[in-house]
Ligand binder design. Structure first.
Ligand SMILES: [Zn+2]
Length: 65
């Protein structure tokens, strides 16, 4: 997904993976736009210690007006 080199701020590892957080009621939704299904979040996390380096809205188009 990304070709930039990340370094874990907790343990110094450069081994990262991307996971998905959300689905259904756990999706992120704008507080003023409750009719949308929202979008899951993508988390980039360290494979050695679990530190989350980045959190990103997967489908930002669903959160825009
Ligand atoms: Zn780490």
């Amino acid at each position: 997904m990304s070709d930039q080199t990340l370094t874990c701020k907790a343990c110094g590892s450069t081994s990262f993976a991307v996971g998905e957080l959300g689905h259904g009621y756990a999706n992120i939704r704008p507080v003023n736009k409750r009719m949308t299904t929202g979008s899951p979040l993508l988390l980039t996390y360290c494979q050695d210690c679990g530190e989350v380096a980045s959190m990103k809205v997967k489908e930002i188009g669903k959160l825009k007006n």
